[in-house]
Each structure stands twice: as structure tokens, then as C-alpha cells.
Design a protein around this ligand. Structure first.
Ligand SMILES: Cc1cc2nc3c(=O)[nH]c(=O)nc-3n(C[C@H](O)[C@H](O)[C@H](O)COP(=O)(O)OP(=O)(O)OC[C@H]3O[C@@H](n4cnc5c(N)ncnc54)[C@H](O)[C@@H]3O)c2cc1C
Length: 402
């Protein structure tokens, strides 16, 4: 007698959700819920805005056989009935849920005028809106990029390389998490592109034609791009799950929700042990695979393994012709080793292509993609939660499924 397959719902078809769906696709009936019919390469959104990359992907190539896409948005998770409510009005049921909704621009813009007048670049629709605004902008109009994190640096570099007049406003340093050497290389490149860099300058107001700083300076700006601060979707919190202050799902080291052993998190929206890894594509892929492995272990009745992967560095692209690469220890501590320039740009670009190739490879041969290990040493690891139904067999699950 054949048993129905275990049903896994993946909420969010980004890097983490897609790779998790692929790893699971041979052992489970997987449905990926995502609001768009195409994959978004968020790592390329600043490029999409300036028009030198499509920043998209085709799910028909990226999702393996056995994983289907449902174009919709999850509005609520009901753990008691293992049901996900959808914006379209429907519902879907699961045996296991992978929570992979990613991140977005900060959810609380505290600076007046940002919501109305500034342009974030965190989601596809943001980049589309910025692209349209740029297409109607005079070539010599001033563009201000607010935020000295990687997204701000990359956006400023991309715009400036296209000949735009760009100013970068940072509340602290430009590239605060970079080492001294990497910061110097970043400054040199941005300065060579004529980017005006204002550090330790806090924006107090944004308007349609400019912005004001905390020292009273008023700056003219035709477009203000806002990259300061990231947030995560509210879905976990509004569905009653324990989250960290940002709204990331709190999990143990197997990425299992501390409230519910059927809910496993991956990517930017996961907070294992309340000690989340850096929000990055570089971590979303190993987290997605680890989340899938946790589900596979549970299906097999085995004990899931703790999260174990290592970083290798940070690559900041500053236009197409130059990048700064800072090497890191596996635990994400920066080393004093930096490469900058054209070769670094090629390596950075190769890294982004490799991420897409990793999704495709896992779609074709689930289980094939691996990552360096040995980087995770959380100081406050949540002991593996006593999950009463952790070791249920496929048969038991199937009975509950029908
Ligand atoms: C401009 C820019 C440049 C970047 N460059 C780099 C880089 O060079 N290197 C790097 O490592 N990282 C980079 N990042 C960060 C990286 O893109 C993210 O860390 C990564 O995308 C996280 O992957 P994820 O799978 O967790 O989430 P995402 O890629 O954000 O995917 C989440 C998916 O879930 C969907 N979703 C959200 N809510 C719901 C819902 N309720 N129902 C259904 N679906 C939902 C979203 O629409 C999205 O499709 C960059 C980010 C930006 C914005």
C-alpha cells in the first residue's frame, strides 16, 4: 500500500526557501509559496535599478521536480491545524513548514519623509520603482544614497559608475563592519567615481527635492535612496510564534521553532538560539539546506543535526569594474586580508553566479550542494527543544495527512 507523501510548505521562494525545497523534493511533496512568479536575485537589485541586470530567475529551472510553486502570499500560520492562510483567500495544510520569508527594508521608518519620498532597494518592486524614477531623471541630477552598509555602498558605486552624480550619507563610517584596509579601498574606489561621502551625518528629514541633516544642513537631492536598516516580515510574530526583537523566528540550533517542532526557519528570517548569523545570500543557502536536512531527519525518525557552516568573507561590488573583498574566519570574524579591483569584481560576480548555480544543481540532484563547516559557536545555544513528536515515522505522518 502506498502512503501519501509528507507535505512540506515552504513560505518564501528566495535563496533559502528554493534550495530547501529542492533538497526536500525527492522525499516530500513540496509547495513553495511566493508572491511573484519569478525568482528574485536580491543580491542584484541595485543592478536592476540601474539597468545592467534583470535580477530575476526562472523557477522552472530553479525548482526541482517534485517542488511546485504557488504564487500567493501567506498571511497567517495556524500551528494547531497546521494550516497556512493565503492572501487569495485559500488555505494549504502541511506536515512540516519551512519559514523562509527573508528580509526587507526596515519596517519602521522613523525619519519623517522617508516613507513618502525615499526609494528603498530591498525588494524587487522597490528596485522597479527606483529604475523608473532614474529613467526620468536628468543625467546631472544629484542622487543621495543614505546608509553606509553594504547595500548603500553597492548602490552608490553602481549609480556613480553609470556617470550619475552621487552623494553617500552615513550615520557613522562608510562600511562600518569593514576592516580599516577594506574601508580605505572602498573609499578610494568611491572617490575615484566622484562619490561625495558624508560620514557621521544623521538624516533628520527627507523631502521630494532634498534632505536635512542633524547639524542643520539642507542638501538638494533629486532622488534619495534609503538603504539604512533592514527588517523582516511580521508573519511569524503575527501568527503567535516566539521571535527576536526584529521579528526573526526563534529556533534551536536545528533551526526548529522553539514553539513548534513542525516549523523550521531558514535564511534572513531565522534567529537560531537568538544569535542569528549575518543576513546574506552566503548564509541563506547553507541555512536553507540545514532546514531541509532537519525535516529529512524528522521524516526518517532520526535526530536532526545542529547548524554547522562557516563564512569565507564579504564582497562589496562598487560598480561592475571593481569590488572590495574582505576575507573572514569561518566564524565571520574579519581577517586583515583584502583584495580590491577588477579581479575582485570578477570573483564577486562569480560568487553571485555560483549561488544561482547552487540552486540549479540542488534542483537536478538533491543532496549534492555542500558548504564549509566549523563556523558556528553560539554563546547562548538554545538546548535542543524537547519536541514530543519529533520522531514520527513517515507512516504516522501519512496517516495524519489523509
Ligand atoms: C541590493 C542588495 C544587495 C545584496 N547583495 C548581497 C551580496 O552581495 N551578498 C550577500 O551574501 N547578500 C547580499 N544581499 C542580501 C541577500 O540578498 C539576502 O540576505 C538574501 O536574499 C536572503 O535570502 P532569503 O532566502 O533568506 O530571503 P529572500 O531572498 O529575501 O527571499 C524571501 C522570499 O520570501 C518572499 N516572502 C516574503 N513574505 C512572504 C509571505 N508572507 N508569503 C510568501 N512569500 C513571502 C519574498 O517575497 C521573497 O521572494 C543583498 C541584498 C540587497 C537588497
Amino acid at each position: 500500500m502506498s502512503h501519501p507523501r509528507t507535505r512540506v510548505i515552504v513560505i518564501g521562494g528566495g535563496y533559502a526557501g528554493t534550495v530547501a525545497a529542492n533538497r526536500l523534493s525527492r522525499r516530500a511533496a513540496v509547495t513553495v509559496i511566493n508572491p511573484r512568479p519569478h525568482f528574485v536575485q536580491r543580491t542584484r537589485l541595485h543592478q536592476y535599478a540601474v539597468g545592467n541586470h534583470h535580477a530575476s530567475g526562472d523557477y522552472r529551472k530553479l525548482l526541482g521536480k517534485g517542488a511546485e510553486l504557488l504564487v500567493d502570499t501567506a498571511t497567517r500560520i495556524e500551528p494547531d491545524t497546521r494550516t497556512v492562510h493565503l492572501e487569495s483567500g485559500g488555505t494549504v495544510e502541511y506536515d512540516y513548514l519551512i519559514y523562509a520569508v527573508g528580509s526587507t527594508a526596515t519596517r519602521r521608518f522613523t525619519v519623517p519623509g522617508v516613507e513618502e519620498f525615499a526609494f528603498p532597494v530591498a525588494e524587487f518592486e522597490h528596485a522597479e520603482r527606483l529604475k523608473y524614477a532614474l529613467s526620468n531623471l536628468d543625467a546631472d541630477a544629484m542622487i543621495t544614497v543614505v546608509g553606509g552598509g553594504f547595500t548603500g555602498l553597492e548602490t552608490a558605486g553602481e549609480l556613480a559608475e553609470q556617470g550619475r552624480r552621487v552623494r553617500l550619507v552615513c550615520s557613522g563610517a562608510a562600511g562600518p563592519t569593514l576592516t580599516e584596509r577594506a574601508r580605505r579601498a572602498t573609499h578610494e574606489r568611491l572617490s575615484s567615481l566622484q562619490v561625495e561621502i558624508l560620514e557621521n551625518a544623521r538624516v533628520t528629514r527627507v523631502g521630494p527635492d532634498g534632505l536635512a541633516l542633524d547639524d542643520g544642513t539642507v542638501l538638494e537631492s533629486a532622488i534619495t535612496v534609503w538603504t539604512a536598516g533592514f527588517g523582516v516580515p511580521e508573519l511569524a510574530r503575527s501568527s503567535g510564534f516566539s521571535t527576536d526583537t526584529l521579528g526573526r523566528l526563534l529556533t534551536d540550533e536545528t533551526l526548529t521553532s522553539i514553539d513548534d517542532d513542525r516549523v523550521i526557519a531558514a535564511g534572513d528570517c531565522a534567529a537560531p538560539s537568538g544569535d542569528p548569523v549575518r543576513m546574506a545570500c552566503q548564509s541563506a543557502l547553507p541555512l536553507g539546506l540545514a532546514a531541509a536536512d532537519t525535516v529529512l531527519s524528522r521524516i526518517a525518525g532520526d535526530e536532526p543535526a545542529d547548524l554547522d557552516f562557516g563564512f569565507n568573507g564579504v564582497g562589496v561590488s562598487l560598480g561592475r569594474r571593481s569590488s572590495v573583498i574582505q576575507f573572514h574566519e569561518r566564524d565571520d570574524t574579519p581577517k586583515d586580508q583584502v583584495h580590491a579591483g577588477r579581479i575582485a569584481a570578477a570573483v564577486k560576480d562569480l560568487g553571485l553566479k555560483a549561488a544561482m548555480a547552487g540552486l540549479r544543481m540542488e534542483a537536478l540532484r538533491p543532496g549534492i550542494v555542500g558548504f564549509p563547516r566549523g563556523g558556528r559557536h553560539p554563546s547562548n545555544a538554545v538546548a535542543r527543544t524537547e519536541h514530543p513528536s519529533a520522531a514520527v515515522s513517515t507512516e504516522q505522518l501519512s496517516e495524519r495527512s489523509v
